[in-house]
Design a protein around this ligand. Structure first.
Ligand code: UD1
Length: 355
């Protein structure tokens, strides 16, 4: 039984579900954490993900409300379906809800994208990933750093360094886009062929703090480089609450699906983000990145010089952006492994199932 609920999980489940379903039965459960068409359905249709067998329809809420509702509904589903394994991805509230419910029912848990740490416990995702790792039987680590992080917490058994699932999805999508001459999303037409910064901001630590958000909006609005920003629902809500507006320098569009995102990555000069997944995708696409956070779980992107962490104060934010616009580093190590991650995950799961 695979549990998904939010955008990064949909991207990761696409190739893994395909591999699992070649020789096994998969029950795909969508918690309903993301529910708008452009936050959920578009990923299923574009990435050819099987329709969820069950949608719990939990929707939004406080962390406790959302996670608790998921657990109550997941328990009933797991008791009825009796899965041999529960597979969870990443670090969302759907991840911890799936992992904890299964562990309490003595159903073994496999965790994809295990071992990541920002070492910032104020992030809800950090709490989710630590707890999920500690209750999982099989831990699929994307990088050697992740393996080392697990070792520091005493977790060595069941750890498999398989690489990052996105290498099974992203390069293929980028090649398709280049071959077919994919059109950029409507609304950014005038930027076609020109340099721009692709930006996403959605973390509560940035959106829910008036001063931070005001600095971010002001900096993006006054850059010399045009900005394209697919707006997460929380960002638009909080900009409304704080009465903030972008200038004409910023082209704000609604949330985009995976293909549009890869097309934007391919077309942009640099990336400015607070997303975890996008930092890694921009690395894979060789786009220099400024991360509007003081920590990252993808530390190798920073150490290699492709990513810069920064606080959104007006001076250091603009300085980091102009540094990112300079010549990128020559070296680009393959931190995230090689194609076939999903097949490796599936082979390990099958071996454990037979044991
Ligand atoms: C979640 C993950 C985060 C991941 C992100 C990807 C957690 C704790 N965090 O954050 O790790 O990077 O997904 O996008 O699980 N909303 C809508 N429509 C939707 C979904 C959400 O309007 O379809 C709005 C709601 O107001 C909601 C807010 O967005 O309260 C935030 O959504 P939520 O599910 O809490 O998590 P994300 O911030 O998206």
């Amino acid at each position: 039984m695979t549990i998904v609920g939010a955008r990064p999980e949909f991207i990761m489940t696409a190739p893994v579900s395909k591999a699992v379903r070649e020789h096994n039965t998969e029950i795909l459960v969508h918690t309903g954490q993301h529910y708008d068409d452009n936050m959920s359905d578009v990923f299923f249709s574009e990435l050819d993900i099987p329709q969820p067998d069950i949608n719990l329809g939990v929707g939004s809420g406080s962390h406790a409300e959302q996670t608790a509702q998921m657990m109550i509904r997941l328990e009933a589903v797991m008791l009825a379906e009796k899965p041999d394994w529960v597979l969870v991805y990443g670090d969302t509230n759907s991840t911890i809800a799936g992992g904890l419910t299964a562990a309490k029912l003595n159903i073994p848990v496999a965790h994809v994208e295990s071992g990541l740490r920002s070492y910032d416990r104020t992030m809800p995702e950090e709490v989710n990933r630590i707890l999920t790792d500690h209750l999982s039987t099989i831990l699929f680590a994307p990088t050697q750093t992740a393996v080392e992080n697990l070792k520091k917490e005493g977790i060595t058994s069941g750890v498999h360094m398989v690489g990052d699932v996105r290498v099974d999805v992203l390069p293929d999508t980028a090649t398709r886009i280049r071959t077919l001459g994919y059109q950029l999303p409507a609304g950014i037409g005038s930027l076609e062929g020109k340099p721009f910064a692709l930006t996403t901001i959605h973390r509560a630590s940035n959106t829910d703090n008036r001063e931070r958000l005001s600095n971010i909006v002001h900096t993006l609005s006054t850059l010399e480089l045009p900005v394209v920003i697919p707006v997460h629902p929380r960002l638009s809500k909080m900009m409304g609450e704080f009465d903030l507006r972008f200038s004409d320098n910023v082209c704000a569009i609604g949330p985009v699906g995976f293909t549009d995102m890869v097309a934007l990555l391919d077309a942009c000069q640099i990336v400015i983000t607070d997303s975890g997944g996008l930092q890694k995708e921009s690395y894979m696409m060789r786009r220099p990145t400024v991360t509007v956070r003081d920590t990252t779980e993808w530390i190798e992107t920073v150490e290699s010089g492709w990513n810069r962490l920064c606080e959104p104060d007006p001076v250091s934010f603009k300085a980091a952006i102009s540094q990112a616009q300079q010549t990128p580093p020559d070296s680009h190590p393959a931190f995230y492994g090689t194609y076939g991650v999903s097949q490796r995950i599936c082979a390990i799961l099958e071996k454990h199932a037979r044991a």
